[in-house]
Design a protein around this ligand. Structure first.
Ligand SMILES: NC(=O)c1ccc[n+]([C@@H]2O[C@H](COP(=O)([O-])OP(=O)(O)OC[C@H]3O[C@@H](n4cnc5c(N)ncnc54)[C@H](O)[C@@H]3O)[C@@H](O)[C@H]2O)c1
Ligand SMILES: [Zn+2]
Length: 528
């Protein structure tokens, strides 16, 4: 992966340049101080620029430098105290950099600045009060980034702390129509939820009865924990009412944040509740299933089921952060882990031949002694979620490209439904991926080796590749007609030309679909 920049912001005297230099040396990155760069570009000292040309010109120079640095990678950037207060500058530097805000108490800032505290800004009778006033004014801007408290620490210690964040956590910025957020993937993130997710006000955690006893206590400082019964059958408006009741009991208002802690069911419901409560409060996703990490938590779709069908009520609600703590996956029931793997394979087929190749070797079955898997969880989640991120960025409201995320799902939903949900979603998707590949090969779109390759990968991650013989092709075909993803009466299928090249076929001949389904069952019977 490309080397993202590390960007340090914060008040003067918090050690951005000193820490930045140390950090750059440790990581082998180049160090840049924006003030120094401005001086080098302009040829005048900062005080002279202010004095001769005025603050506005200085801010323009800052903006130009921010744009310039946002196109380079492998840098540690110490920014001038106000540079990141500007939203445009912050957005530019966040696109390819991870930002940390260094903090310190006013008294410590003054003593660190030494003689320098004669800087014009602090050349006032009560500099402590002045710093306090400025910090309050910038609180909203600085609070957009994780805070690193430098109080009582040496610059080496601070650099080490930031380095640990960068080494242990992968940070994926996501841009959507109304802003930006970050997906952070790493181990033991839940204990730092408020800081990593930049939650400023009070927050409530929404979780389910399985996850609450395991992980709710790790989200320290939550005002309240709202627990709904676990399971898809509780993804209902009644649970939403329970969640609203919890919000009201916790006095949640529009300054508060809702944190979803759980699988896709919790994420969908907490997101919908956050979208609608008081017309919208901030929302953070802490997914604890593989499926939620690589799929449900990203893209902004939220909602509940109605008795008439799945996901019939909902809203687009973008999170302000997604924290995927991979240690939580270790307690997942293995069948749930395998279910998430179906979406991982799907993402690999859509856009990541590398990921597919890796899934073909190694032991991808979850059990407690599987050291191979445990050390591979972060890269697995990162690569799989990146595929979804890239697609939802292109198509935030599901009007085009995002349809490819339904690969394997038209078949998969039919299998789930006709089996009376005896086949779980991930298993259905696995069978659906095989069916999509066989259909593609039957139509001459891909090489006949591709279905075989995909079956090999699915077997290696512990998923089925054959459709149960008691589900008749005709009943499956009929069930597909009820799938909400059909367009204007014709069945649409997502098909493959090769790994990384998938597309939506608008009308596929019924016979080809039926023949594919029949072949997948007949072979299955012969194997048994
Ligand atoms: N919004 C989207 O874009 C999107 C995308 C895909 C799926 N979804 C939705 O996601 C839901 C499925 O999500 P899911 O598969 O995560 O199901 P889930 O939320 O029901 O979780 C599966 C089970 O695992 C338990 N669990 C969760 N985390 C655990 C952990 N760390 N340790 C032990 N047990 C744990 C849960 O309590 C539950 O029993 C569906 O409702 C689906 O519609 C949404
Ligand atoms: Zn799915």
């Amino acid at each position: 992966m490309e080397t993202q920049n590390i960007v340090l912001t914060g008040f003067m005297g918090t050690g951005k340049s000193t820490v930045g230099r140390l950090l750059a040396a440790r990581l082998g990155y180049q160090f840049v101080d924006t003030d120094e760069l401005i001086v080098a570009r302009d040829g005048r000292a900062i005080a002279e620029i202010f004095h001769q040309s005025g603050e506005e010109i200085f801010r323009r120079l800052e903006a130009a430098v921010a744009q310039e640095l946002s196109e380079v990678t492998g840098l540690v950037i110490a920014t001038g105290g106000r540079l990141m207060v500007d939203e445009t500058n912050a957005a530019a530097l966040r696109r390819n950099g991870r930002v940390f805000c260094l903090t310190a108490e006013p008294q410590e800032i003054i003593s660190r600045l030494g003689d320098d505290n004669r800087r014009p800004l602090l050349n006032v009778p009560d500099p402590v009060a002045q710093i306090q006033r400025l910090l309050t004014a910038r609180q909203a801007a600085y609070g957009r980034f994780p805070q690193i408290n430098t109080g009582g620490k040496s610059p080496e210690q601070v650099a080490h702390e930031i380095e640990a964040h960068c080494m242990n956590e992968t940070y994926l910025p996501v841009t959507h129509p109304t802003g930006q957020y970050e997906i952070i993937v790493g181990e033991n993130l839940l204990a730092q939820t408020a800081n990593l997710a930049q939650i400023r006000g009070p927050f409530v955690v929404v979780t389910d009865t399985h996850v609450a006893p395991l992980y709710a206590a790790r989200c320290q400082d939550a005002t309240a924990v709202i627990t709904v019964p676990a399971g898809e059958q509780h993804k209902t408006l009644a649970s939403i009412q329970t969640i609203y009741d919890g919000f009201l009991a916790a006095n949640l208002d529009r300054k508060g944040t809702v944190v979803a802690l759980g699988g896709g069911v919790v994420g969908d419901m907490a997101g919908f509740a956050a979208a609608s409560f008081m017309r919208g409060v901030d929302f953070v996703q802490c997914p604890t299933t593989l499926l939620a990490m690589v799929d449900a938590s990203v893209g902004g779709k939220t909602g509940v089921d109605l008795p008439q069908g799945k996901n019939l009520v909902g809203a687009f609600k973008q999170p302000t952060a997604v924290l995927a703590d991979t240690t939580t996956l270790l307690t997942l029931p293995p069948a749930e882990f395998a279910s998430g793997m179906a979406e991982v394979v799907k993402h690999a087929l859509i856009a990541s031949p590398d990921l597919l190749a890796r899934l073909a070797c190694g032991d991808w079955i979850l059990h407690s002694e599987n050291q191979f898997l445990l050390s591979s969880l972060r890269p697995l989640v990162v690569e799989a979620v990146q595929v979804k991120r890239d697609i939802v960025q292109q198509d935030p409201f599901e009007q085009g490209r995002r349809a490819v995320l339904n690969l394997g799902h038209t078949f998969g939903h039919a299998v789930e439904q006709v089996s009376g949900y005896a086949v779980r979603h991930g298993e259905g998707v696995a069978m659906g991926l095989v069916a999509a590949a066989h259909l593609s090969a039957r139509l001459g779109l891909c090489d006949s080796g591709l279905p075989v390759q995909i079956e090999g990968v699915l077997q290696n991650v512990g998923l089925p590749t054959r459709i149960p013989a008691d589900l008749s092709p005709v009943s499956l075909y009929q069930a597909m007609g009820h799938d909400k993803k059909k367009a204007a009466g014709k069945l649409r299928f997502v098909l493959l030309r090769e790994v990384g090249d998938v597309f939506v076929a608008e009308s596929v001949a019924e016979t080809a679909v039926l023949d594919t389904l029949t072949a997948l069952q007949v072979e299955g019977e012969q194997q048994q």
